[in-house]
Design a protein around this ligand. Structure first.
Ligand code: HEC
Ligand code: HEC
Ligand code: HEC
Ligand code: HEC
Length: 129
């Protein structure tokens, strides 16, 4: 009886681990925020870890930020376990323009400021995936 339990628990553990690693950030190749139920453009290319390494972004909170009520970014808190849409998708909005705006401000904004990385529509929203 007890052996059976151990076996079942082990199996559950293995399945849970497999699930976790399947969604690790090093596997991300596109931004695919579930805040969009329909996509009118091809998903933007984004090799998560490789991108951040090449771009020299050391701090996760450059994108996965948390702010306090006064509007100050907290330097020791990360929202890496949340999708951007959890805070920037206007709730109940069938097509959240606010979320589009935030993504573009973050991604294209930095590329423009640093004069590196794609800024035209088709270089992020790459056809033929
Ligand atoms: C340039 C912006 C940016 C930086 C810097 C960044 N991330 Fe992300 N991260 C994203 C985006 C965009 C997504 C995908 C959001 C989506 O598709 O919903 C994501 C997704 C994730 C996920 C979710 C994985 C999943 O599939 O559910 C984790 C975990 C994560 N990032 C961790 C980190 C950690 C840890 C760091 C710092 C070492 C980091 N990120 C730095 C933008 C960034
Ligand atoms: C936990 C909630 C939360 C999450 C998750 C979150 N944000 Fe934010 N974000 C905020 C708050 C709060 C502000 C500051 C107030 C404001 O501008 O609305 C902000 C500000 C911003 C800004 C304007 C200031 C700046 O830093 O440039 C952009 C752009 C932005 N977020 C994009 C993103 C993107 C892209 C993601 C996902 C990688 C994300 N946010 C994830 C809450 C969040
Ligand atoms: C804080 C600055 C910053 C942010 C935020 C940022 N990028 Fe970049 N990105 C860069 C830089 C710098 C490069 C050029 C890297 C190089 O030298 O090749 C780059 C390059 C790229 C490239 C070219 C291919 C590659 O991986 O080098 C793509 C595609 C890209 N970024 C997509 C995105 C997307 C999508 C987001 C938002 C989720 C984003 N970037 C957010 C700085 C940033
Ligand atoms: C730096 C990269 C980048 C550039 C340049 C860029 N986008 Fe985006 N765009 C994104 C990201 C990231 C998202 C979030 C996509 C998601 O999660 O599905 C997005 C979302 C969108 C969406 C909402 C999702 C959809 O498919 O309907 C539209 C529409 C869009 N972009 C249009 C444009 C247009 C038009 C241009 C040129 C004027 C442009 N984008 C330039 C990165 C970029």
């Amino acid at each position: 009886m007890q052996k059976k339990y151990v076996l079942i628990l082990t199996l559950i553990g293995i399945i849970a681990l497999a699930g976790l690693t399947a969604y690790a950030q090093e596997d991300i190749e596109f931004v695919e925020d579930s805040g969009f139920t329909t996509n009118t453009r091809p998903l933007p290319a984004f090799m998560h870890d490789e991108h951040n390494e090449k771009a020299g972004i050391e701090d996760c909170i450059e994108c996965h930020h948390v702010y306090d009520k006064a509007g100050n970014r907290l330097e020791d808190e990360s929202s890496e376990d949340q999708e951007c849409s959890e805070c920037h998708g206007a709730e109940g909005d069938e097509y959240p323009m606010e979320l589009v705006r935030r993504y573009h401000m973050n991604c294209r904004g930095c590329h423009q400021a640093e004069k590196a990385g794609p800024v035209t529509c088709g270089t992020c929203h790459v056809r033929a995936q």
